[in-house]
Each structure stands twice: as structure tokens, then as C-alpha cells.
Design a protein around this ligand. Structure first.
Ligand code: PHE
Length: 352
């Protein structure tokens, strides 16, 4: 944890352990250069509280890059709630109390961090957090919010898949082999969109019910530990991060990596190895920007659904710029995207 603390370049981490609920809360504010920090609330069990802090800080840093790459007037932040038991085992009033405490923590931060849905949280949860007076994007439409960010995230991933496939010479997704890891709200929608284009889908999830649903859509299902060994044209990680380390980068049989999972690479060496092998990488903070574009577009900038869709389609232009910078500079796609985000970071655009 010392390395995480001293190695982090963000601005603030707040933590709280609550004995009564057994929940551990972390809010990490990485940057407010472009506007108030924003990023979702991730809820799951962690092996240790140090892991929870590590996850929150890394994810907050990724949000800063995501906002800058999408040219949105927000900074980067993230919240993590480490649960004492799996979410489905928590009684409703226990979960509600956890959300109430979370809202209390967020209110203490006085608007410098805005939360939203993420892995393990929904629009309904945002309704509750907001009901307790904390700033939250992605409430249900009935409660005055813009609803789930998942469909826009999936659309952005789809746009990124098309642009990345074109970069490796595939101009049509018909017959293209796409391996999708994770069939949550985003992954399942990525499957549906690619299926409409006639792609051949190979999918996996730890939840057999979700696998059955994808199989009914015509996808080939493989066990979770087999997906990294599948031969594909596009590998789409849509579950947790950290799936590509140097070893995986050296052995994975794919031509492009494009997904919604945040922090897919364990380190820059993994990105360099993909580049060395000529595998296209759509950097996650670019490819997964659709959700942020939807939430901030609708709720801060007053965009219509059509304007959101246009901006989400702009992810393809950002990616093409990344590919060109990579070629010109002789640097990896990951490196090129970070440079681009850094430049946009300098161009602060606070309108809120
Ligand atoms: N958690 C999602 C993401 O990381 C959606 C989100 C974006 C939530 C911005 C809050 C703010 O993109």
C-alpha cells in the first residue's frame, strides 16, 4: 500500500470503515483540472482494504484520462465500497444503510466529486444516493436522471471495434471473430450490436444465466478461463480490469483489443508488448468513454440523445487520431492515447 500511496499522482483519498454495516468506503479524487471530479461507485468484495484503496485510486486516474479524451468538462474520481458479503446476500435495509453512509461521505466532499453507476451499482442505487442528498449522475429517468450509462458505453465500444477492425484491414464485421469477456449490462449489449453486423461471437461470463442468454443470441460460449486462449480477430474485455499482463500480451491470439473494462493493461509493458506484436489496442479510457459522454452530455451539457450519439460516434475519430500518432511517433497505442489525453487535460474546459 505504501507504493500505491507514494506513487499516486491524484489529489485526495477519503476512507471510512463502518462497524455497523461492515462496509469500507473509499472516495478517490484524482483531478479537478477540467471540472468537478466524476466517476462511478464500484461495489464488490475485495481481498483486502488495501486492494480497495488501490482499485479506487487507479480507477480515478483512468476517469481523468477518460474525461479528457472525450473532451468533457469534468475531472476524474471514483468511489469504491468494499462489502462484507456478496451484494446478493445483503438484506435490502442493510444495502440501503450502506448507500446512506456513502451519500453522507459524498456530501462531506461538498460537490468536488460526483458519482454515478459502475460495476455493482445501478440507476436505482443512484436514486437512493441522490435521495440522501449526494451528487449523483445516472439516476433513473423517472427520478429526473438520464438513466443507465451502459447502452451508451456499449455503443462506444461497438464504434471502437469497427474503427479498430478497420485499422487491421477488416472493413466489415460480418464473419469477424469477436471474443467477449463479461456479459454484464455493457458486454451483453456489445454482443447484440456485433451480432447485428453478422460477427461470430465467442463469449464467457462467470454467471451461467448470462451465458445462456448470449447462447440464445447465437454466441458460442466458452468457460471463463478459456477466453484468453480463444483465437479471434477482436478481443473485447468487458468485465474487470487487469486482464492483460506482459505474458498474456505475448500469447493472446487476436488482432485487436477493444473493450469497456477499465485498466485492462496491468502496466505499460503489456501495452508495449501488444504494440511489438502489431496488435491494435483501443485504449480503454477512449473505447469506454460512451457512458461518461451520455451522463455528462445529458445531465451537465444539456445534450439530446441524438447529440450524445453523435459524440459517442466521435470515439472513432479519437481512435484514428491515436493510431496516427502511434505510427508517426513510433509509440504504442496506449502511449499515444495518454499523450493525447494529457494534451486535452492542459486544455481545461470547465463549464460547470
Ligand atoms: N462508471 C462508468 C464509467 O466509468 C460511468 C460513469 C461515467 C459514471 C462518469 C460516473 C461518471 O465510465
Amino acid at each position: 500500500i505504501e507504493d500505491v500511496i507514494t506513487g499516486w499522482d491524484g489529489s485526495l483519498v477519503a476512507t471510512r470503515y463502518d462497524r455497523e454495516t461492515g462496509a469500507f468506503f473509499v472516495v478517490a479524487i484524482h483531478s479537478r483540472e477540467r471540472g468537478p471530479a466524476a466517476g462511478g461507485t464500484r461495489v464488490k468484495q475485495y481481498d483486502s482494504y488495501a486492494d480497495a484503496v488501490t482499485d479506487a485510486t487507479r480507477l480515478a486516474g483512468a476517469m481523468t484520462l477518460k474525461m479528457a479524451a472525450a473532451d468533457l468538462p469534468m475531472g476524474g474520481g471514483k468511489a469504491v465500497i468494499a462489502l462484507p458479503a456478496p451484494r446478493r446476500e445483503l438484506a435490502d435495509d442493510h444495502w440501503r444503510r450502506i448507500l446512506e453512509l456513502h451519500a453522507e461521505n459524498l456530501k462531506t466532499l461538498g460537490g468536488s466529486y460526483w458519482t454515478g453507476p459502475d460495476l455493482g451499482t445501478s440507476s436505482a442505487d443512484m436514486d437512493v444516493v441522490c435521495g440522501f442528498g449526494a451528487p449523483a449522475f445516472g439516476r433513473s429517468e423517472a427520478a429526473g436522471g438520464s438513466g443507465s450509462s451502459a447502452p451508451a458505453t456499449a455503443l462506444g465500444v461497438h464504434v471502437a471495434i469497427v474503427a479498430s477492425a478497420a485499422e487491421v484491414g477488416i472493413d466489415d464485421l460480418a464473419g469477424c471473430r469477436i471474443a467477449v469477456q463479461g456479459l454484464g449490462a455493457v458486454g451483453m449489449e456489445v454482443v447484440e450490436l456485433a451480432r447485428k453486423d453478422g460477427a461470430h461471437l465467442i463469449v464467457t461470463d462467470i454467471d451461467p444465466v448470462l451465458c445462456e442468454r448470449a447462447a440464445a443470441l447465437g454466441a458460442e460460449v466458452v468457460p471463463p478461463d478459456a477466453i484468453l486462449g480463444v483465437e479471434s480477430d477482436v478481443f473485447s474485455p468487458c468485465a474487470v480490469g487487469g486482464v492483460i499482463d506482459v505474458d498474456v500480451a505475448r500469447t493472446i491470439r487476436t488482432r485487436a483489443v477493444v473493450g469497456s473494462a477499465n485498466n485492462v493493461l496491468t502496466d505499460t509493458a503489456a501495452g508495449d508488448e501488444l504494440a511489438r506484436r502489431g496488435i491494435v489496442l483501443a485504449p480503454d479510457f477512449v473505447a469506454s468513454g460512451g457512458g461518461a459522454i451520455h451522463l455528462i452530455g445529458r445531465e451537465v451539457l444539456g445534450w439530446t440523445a441524438e447529440e450524445v450519439a453523435t459524440h459517442v460516434e466521435g470515439i472513432a475519430d479519437t481512435l484514428r487520431e491515436v493510431f496516427v500518432r502511434s505510427r508517426v511517433g513510433g509509440i504504442s497505442h496506449d502511449h499515444a492515447a495518454r499523450d493525447l489525453a494529457d494534451e486535452r487535460l492542459g486544455r481545461a474546459g470547465s463549464r460547470v
